[in-house]
Design a protein around this ligand. Structure first.
Ligand code: HEC
Ligand code: HEC
Length: 337
């Protein structure tokens, strides 16, 4: 390309403001632009939202961009309407555009679409939780966000989905658009936050194939359920009532396991693991192995029968009974601040 043609091309593509700039100047100008910040840093703030509206929008969001984007959009698009700037900067469609897309059976390229089916079909974290968690932290920042997100995850483990509420909305056509199926679906409590686990458990118990419209509809209703609960928790946090509205309590098994298996420096005592996830959903055999003859009372009312854990492991790993007791006396759930 001749130099003159190249410059002409630049002027056409980058607009009139560059006319008269040499190539060197163009480079400098570009640098200045990319180095300035026009969008405010996070968090962007939160105002009270209506959980029912979030629920409806989550359902619609699922139908136009799947579970993860659906939950993200449910919260952030409402904040754009109720709070305005800076949420007006997000690349989100209007409510009317979403409804039109659904009616045309079109998918929209929304933020966090990648999160669907446990991140691009991989089956890890449920997309609804991924999308909601991002919106939550976006709004309130990591310190408060962490408290809300952990509660949302724990609530998800404990809840049978889809809930009677979203089942009812679908059956009675109370969502803004038609879904994929309008009969009630079985509610199943899966005790997991993982897409693979909850989809497989639900499908096998409910008797629907993973590629069925009923399975897809299930995920749509759950997107609505999770968006609603996220807003309930955000509202509670806004009023300083988070612990009252949803006290954070991990499963009894997790509380027990975490007397030893928690983030810490004492490797030989079991500090080579971390997390609040429901341990019992996977470690069935390990629980059996840790549980043997000697009963071990815990501060958490654990109902695991008896533990060989403290006694035998304690001996093997050189943990004395006193130390085990001290660990067990400590409250679970507070170390990873
Ligand atoms: C009293 C402390 C203590 C408690 C409570 C405890 N563990 Fe352990 N656990 C250990 C220690 C120490 C080891 C490593 C020593 C060993 O492998 O025997 C271990 C090993 C394990 C392993 C590795 C298994 C293996 O055979 O190598 C798994 C998995 C595990 N624990 C899961 C759990 C789960 C799940 C729970 C809760 C149901 C739990 N543990 C409760 C201390 C504990
Ligand atoms: C989704 C399933 C799942 C959940 C839930 C889960 N784990 Fe695990 N965990 C695994 C797998 C898989 C491994 C790797 C096992 C292996 O390869 O031997 C593992 C490894 C471990 C190990 C090390 C085992 C070893 O071989 O040394 C410990 C300890 C452990 N988990 C404790 C826990 C505790 C405590 C919880 C609850 C806070 C928990 N796990 C929740 C699946 C799970």
């Amino acid at each position: 390309m001749k130099r003159r043609e190249f410059v002409k091309d630049l002027i056409v593509t980058s607009g009139a403001e560059f006319i008269g700039f040499s190539q060197a100047n163009l480079g400098k100008k570009t640098h200045t632009i990319s180095n300035s910040r026009e969008v405010p840093l996070l968090p962007w703030g939160y105002v009270e939202l209506d959980p029912e509206e979030a629920m409806k929008r989550g359902y619609l969001g699922f139908l136009v961009s799947e579970c993860s984007a659906g939950c993200f959009l449910a919260i952030t698009s409402l904040l754009r309407e109720k709070k305005g700037y800076p949420y007006t900067l997000l690349p989100l469609p209007t409510f009317e555009e979403m409804v039109a897309a659904r009616k045309a059976h079109k998918h929209l390229p929304l933020p966090m679409k990648y999160g669907h089916v446990g991140i691009e079909g991989y089956g890890t974290i449920c997309g609804t939780l991924n999308g909601a968690a991002c919106a939550i932290e976006w709004a309130v920042g990591p310190k408060l966000g962490k408290k809300i997100i952990r509660r949302l995850f724990r609530w998800y483990e404990e809840t049978a989905f889809p809930t009677p509420l979203t089942n009812g909305y679908a059956v009675n056509h109370k969502f803004p658009v038609k879904g994929k199926w309008d009969k009630p679906l079985p509610s199943v409590r899966c005790n997991s936050v993982l897409c693979h686990v909850v989809v497989s458990k639900w499908c096998s118990l409910a008797g629907y194939a993973s590629g069925s419209k009923q399975r897809s509809e299930r995920c749509g209703r759950i997107t609505a359920d999770v968006a609603r609960q996220a807003v309930i928790l955000l509202n509670a946090a806004l009023k300083g009532e988070l612990e009252k509205v949803f006290p954070f309590k991990v499963s009894n098994e997790t509380a027990s396991c975490r007397t030893c298996h928690l983030k810490g420096k004492k490797f030989e005592q079991g500090n080579f693991s971390r997390g609040f996830i429901a341990c019992e959903s996977c470690h069935v055999e390990d629980i059996k192995a840790h549980v043997k003859a000697a009963p071990l009372p815990t501060a958490f009312g654990t109902n695991l029968g008896t533990w060989m854990g403290a006694a035998a492991i304690g001996t093997v790993a050189g943990i004395g009974a006193h130390l085990v007791a001290t660990n067990i006396g400590r409250k679970g759930g507070n170390d990873e601040r």
